[in-house]
Design a protein around this ligand. Sequence first.
Ligand code: KG4
Ligand code: ZN
Length: 338
Amino acid sequence: MKDVYILGIESSCDETSASIIKNGIEEISTVVATQMDIHKVYGGVVPEIASRNHVENITLVIEEALSKANLKIDDIDAIGVTYGPGLIGSLLIGLQAAKTISFLYDKPLIPVHHIAGHIYANRLVSEFEFPLIALVVSGGHTDLIYMDRDYSFKKIGGTLDDAVGEAYDKVAKIMGLDYPGGPIIDDLSLKGEDTYDLPIPLDDDSNNFSFSGLKSAVVNLVHNEKQRGNIINEANLSKSFQERVIHILTKKTMRVLKKYNVSTLLLAGGVSANSGLRDKFIKLCSDNNINLVIPPLKYCTDNAAMIGAAAYYAYQSGLQSDLLLNASATSSLEKEGA
Ligand code: KG4
Ligand code: ZN
């Protein structure tokens, strides 16, 4: 069978990325231009600045991905691009680049939902055994997704308010830490002890999550301690916050696996880089005979390799767009695919 090369393009937030993926499973090259340092000064991503930087980076990143792979656009079979969800101005830059290449070189254009990308990052390191459950934990999502075949997504649980990564970033900000706060809190928690009395969010029978109450508890605690002139122990507060997050994510995910009689779990998204979360799932899955697939760190946060991988399976399930494809800030994963 002829090899299929896909050019993946991702620009939904503050990373401009292009990647060449062979047959949906082999990463030939990936280039990521991150704007993290630019946005750090503002304590979060500034949409207008993000779009401007995508404009500057997109062509260079695509050219570099092709040159690293020793390929020309003519060698590419299709272009996969993130059309949503994300920052609309950011999405439009990657999308416009993809459409232009598709039109000029007469290549199929494949629309990729960003979360499908995070899930399919795992396909670069492992086969998928269906049925499976994916726990997607990122800056914008906290979703439990059931899949019984490729490119078929059923949402069975999700956050009712803040996404878990968003909670990490907001808690870090109130503690005076840099953006993005997730990795910093993760590092601090390794040096701390769980001494702060924080609530366990939405500890009920549902498959849903809620992180705004936990976030507010940290905000109130920091304010109160400051008012009293007390010093916050950052490592301990990080540890206490992270312990609550890990407790609820692992508890509900393990319960859902049982409920749906599923024995494969995928982790996906930026927060799946979290050391405590990874360790806890490794232990729980080993104790409960669950086949756990965790993306390597480089595939956890936003990148185009995951978009190229997802695009291959989207293409196989018949997804293709014309040039009218538009960016969508809030597209739903369930409407995708087979
Ligand atoms: O998937 P991603 O790169 O972008 C979105 O699609 O949102 O995820 C970014 C999120 C940020 O909120 C960041 O703080 C969080 O992932 N993150 C972490 C860690 N590394 C990144 N959160 C907790 N622990 C980490 N080690
Ligand atoms: Zn993402």
